[in-house]
Design a protein around this ligand. Structure first.
Ligand code: HPA
Ligand code: ZN
Length: 328
């Protein structure tokens, strides 16, 4: 499955950090991160909420634009090795630049330059989506949205929200989302990973995103499933992430195929692959093993992802060719 071309719309840049890279940077900077690693070298966490704090601890060693360039190179090379030809990554000026626009521009430049170099070598294209972090609160989201608006363009294409969806209401972040939308950014919101169908409804009603990060708990509410299908809302499903974190107890219980069968636009992504010990190729293998997905279904899902991608039409034409489509 490594060779088939894939599109990934939901990947947190820091969440793609190989543990060896973070361990090495911690050593270089004399930061003690021993508590976040298992004896076998992988990341150690007990549950989703502990995962969020381990994620933030790992991110603490990414302290300069050069660190983010190294991170981007490592993440994209791994994605390319899994057949990914186009990727949208979540970035947060909370983690790079501390919300300071001057610093954020330097980080953005470093990330873009690293991504351009990997694109020349491996034919994989990256675009960025700035996310505010829900559990950091709406006040913190304002400077993040300003960073997003000030750097919106051909590369920085979207604005979203990650973090703990059990904190606050999506509408608390309306100012930030209005600011981003006015700058031309496209919108995606994490919901329905842990907050149930009600959280998906709240995100749709209060922030009107065109894509939902996860969204899979919508399966609890048949009327909401119908609404997603009718309105063409795209779900950035991350089934391997959900199974490892325990949102669903195993692969057969995951609703991605039931949602697809009901006409919902589903796509496949890995979220934070080294944290979960997964890859795009392993998720594709599990989708085939547990739901019988074949080449035709994967082609369909990747076409849905390309249609839902936030990049411009010229870029989509290039990506369509990489998917092996004869006409874009
Ligand atoms: N959910 C919410 N926030 C996140 C995640 C996730 O899966 N990964 C990194 N930040
Ligand atoms: Zn996510």
């Amino acid at each position: 499955m490594k060779d088939s071309p894939k599109i990934e719309l939901h990947l947190h840049l820091e969440g793609g950090a190989p543990p060896a890279l973070i361990r090495g940077m911690a050593r270089e900077k004399s930061v003690d991160l021993s508590g976040i690693f298992r004896p076998d070298g992988g990341y150690a966490y007990r549950d989703f909420w502990h995962f969020l704090s381990v994620y933030e601890a790992a991110t603490s060693v990414l302290q300069t634009p050069e660190d983010y360039a190294r991170l981007t190179t490592a993440v994209l090379e791994e994605s390319a090795a899994n057949g990914v030809v186009y990727c949208e990554t979540f970035l947060s000026p909370d983690f790079c630049g501390g919300g300071d626009i001057g610093a954020w521009r330097e980080y953005l430049t470093a990330i873009r330059e690293a991504a351009d170099a990997v694109e020349r070598a491996h034919a994989i294209t990256l675009r960025g989506i700035i996310t505010c972090i829900r559990h950091f609160g709406p006040e913190r989201a304002r400077p993040i949205a300003r960073c997003a608006a000030d750097t919106a363009g051909d590369w920085l294409v979207g604005f979203g929200m990650a973090g703990d969806e059990l904190k606050g209401q999506p509408g608390d972040f309306r100012w930030a989302f209005d600011c981003a939308r006015e700058a031309g950014l496209r919108i995606t919101v994490h919901a329905g990973e842990w907050g149930g169908a009600a959280s998906v409804r709240a995100a749709l009603d209060q922030l009107a995103p065109e894509r939902i990060g996860h969204g899979v708990q919508a399966i609890e509410d048949p009327a909401l499933v119908d609404r997603l299908a009718e309105d063409g809302i795209v779900l950035e499903c991350c089934p391997g992430s959900n199974v490892v974190l325990g949102v669903f107890k195993d692969w057969p219980s995951h609703p991605i195929e039931r949602l697809r069968a009901r006409g919902v636009k589903v796509t496949v992504s890995t979220d934070d692959p080294p944290f979960f010990g997964i890859t795009m190729a392993s998720d594709y293998e599990n989708l085939t093993r547990h739901f019988g997905w074949d080449d035709a279904i994967f082609a369909d899902v990747n076409r849905t992802a390309l249609d839902a991608a936030f990049c411009d039409p010229a870029t989509k034409k290039i990506i369509a060719k990489r998917l092996g489509e004869t006409q874009a």
